[in-house]
Design a protein around this ligand. Structure first.
Ligand SMILES: Cc1cc2nc3c(=O)[nH]c(=O)nc-3n(C[C@H](O)[C@H](O)[C@H](O)COP(=O)(O)OP(=O)(O)OC[C@H]3O[C@@H](n4cnc5c(N)ncnc54)[C@H](O)[C@@H]3O)c2cc1C
Length: 405
């Protein structure tokens, strides 16, 4: 191993870990170091909002032995505070620095603050890491009224758990309907109805204007002037990319670290992958920042391979899932306004299969508790198959038989 040639990965999560392993698998012989500000071995984030149980030890991304096995140094509890491009130095808050031949920014995102009075009161939480999940778990045990500001996936997953534990739950959403941007109004409506039936109160077209309380939150004032008593507030109003290091190093940032399809930034020394990176997806043809676990891992794998000298791009169909009330929502591909939605009737209860066609070709699919059929749509989306809307809507036509071109 050529130890003078070092690649430094900043961020030990989905993208960073996948990138480090991929660099090694792609033949990179030098040192690889992953630096993460957290003190836990890299762990999976998606389970953190699904049950709020079994949080003593988070689920590792790979077994602890994998790092040593692949010659990867894991430096935990250290924050990178500066990238010195001129001297190729990565400066840590511990006072140490590392010499790097190349740097990967896999720094992810942080919860967006509302920036309203009272936001720093106790029991106002966000949810990003294991500590946040443990804090939320304690608040679920405490009971009372949980107000969730922002009806995104994390907020709705927390709402589902809280309702099952008997808490009074209110979701405040600025848009007319939660999740409509991702899923479209028809599917968003089904999910909202599911939550309403479970007892979640929705206050849409509104947002929080101020929090009141002594040391802990007691009341939420909304922008429509109404006041709501609350024992816990979860703020889930989106995220901001952790691109400060890049910006300070003179790297071009715009809603994330701007990269090409290979992960290269405007600096030849610095690369970026995962939630922090804003890249043109070869799959969608659009510049975007995607915040899904599977996408971050695949993107990290591709960028790691490029850093090792290969030339490859992430062509995978974007995929995400979300668990609510014991049901799994999954989606492949990306829908856009104007795509034709085709629904296949439920096989039982409220499960669904939905498809989106663009000029007759399948571009996205989503399902509630229909994993096998949904998986069968992935290759069709990959090859932009021409599919008949009539066949899509017909439960008698097996999904694997769909697609003519
Ligand atoms: C609670 C929760 C539930 C989720 N559920 C799902 C789900 O069900 N399905 C799905 O598809 N996606 C889900 N996601 C999204 C998914 O987890 C993210 O897309 C994924 O974690 C992104 O990975 P990443 O490696 O790009 O960044 P991150 O996971 O954000 O990791 C970035 C890492 O960089 C470190 N870091 C940042 N700056 C520095 C610095 N200066 N120095 C050192 N370290 C630094 C941070 O400590 C962090 O560990 C969920 C996310 C959360 C928070």
């Amino acid at each position: 191993m050529n130890s003078t040639l070092q690649h430094v990965v900043i961020g030990g999560s989905a993208a960073g870990v996948a990138a480090a392993l991929s660099m090694r698998a792609s033949g990179f012989q030098g040192r690889i170091s992953i630096i993460d500000a957290g003190t836990d071995e890299p762990y999976e984030r998606p389970p953190l909002s699904k049950t709020f149980e079994d949080l003593a030890a988070p689920r590792p991304i790979v077994p602890a032995s994998s790092y040593a096995q692949h010659g990867i140094d894991l430096i935990l509890g250290a924050q990178v505070v500066k990238l010195d491009e001129q001297h190729h130095r990565v400066v840590l808050d511990t006072g140490d620095d590392l010499l790097a031949a190349a740097v990967l920014l896999a720094t992810g995102v942080s919860p967006r603050r509302l920036d309203i009075p009272g936001e720093d009161l106790g029991n106002i939480l966000t949810l990003r890491d294991i500590h946040d999940a443990r804090a939320m778990s304690q608040r679920l045990d405490a009971g009372g009224h949980l107000m969730i500001i922002g009806g995104g996936f994390i907020g709705l997953e927390a709402a589902a758990v809280a309702r099952r534990r008997g808490l009074d739950v209110t979701v405040v959403e600025a848009l007319p309907m939660p999740l409509a941007g991702v899923l479209g109004t028809e599917l968003a409506q089904i999910l909202q109805q599911m939550h309403t039936r479970e007892g979640v109160r929705f206050l849409t077209g509104r947002t929080a204007a101020r929090f009141h309380g002594g040391t802990e939150v007691e009341e939420v004032l909304l922008d429509d002037g109404t006041r709501w008593e609350a024992s816990t507030v979860l703020v889930g109003c989106g995220v901001v990319p952790n691109d400060r290091l890049a910006g300070e190093a003179g790297v071009y940032t715009r809603a994330g670290v701007v990269t090409d399809a290979h992960g290269r930034t405007s600096s030849p020394w610095i690369w970026a992958a995962g939630d922090v990176s804003n890249y043109v997806s070869p799959y969608t043809g659009r510049r975007q920042r995607i915040e899904h676990w599977d996408v971050a891992q695949r993107h990290g794998t591709v960028v790691g391979a490029n850093m090792a000298g290969l030339e490859t791009v992430n062509t995978a169909v974007p995929y995400f899932w979300s668990d609510q009330y014991g049901k799994r929502l999954q989606m492949y591909g990306r829908r856009s306004a104007g795509d034709q939605l085709v629904m296949r009737p439920a096989s039982s209860g409220e499960d669904f299969l939905a498809f989106w066609l663009r000029e007759g070709r399948l571009v996205a699919s989503a399902g509630l508790d229909r994993p096998r059929e949904l998986r069968a749509t992935k290759p069709l989306i990959e090859r932009h198959a021409l599919v008949s809307a009539v066949d899509l809507a017909d439960p008698a036509v097996p999904v694997r038989r769909l697609g003519t071109a």
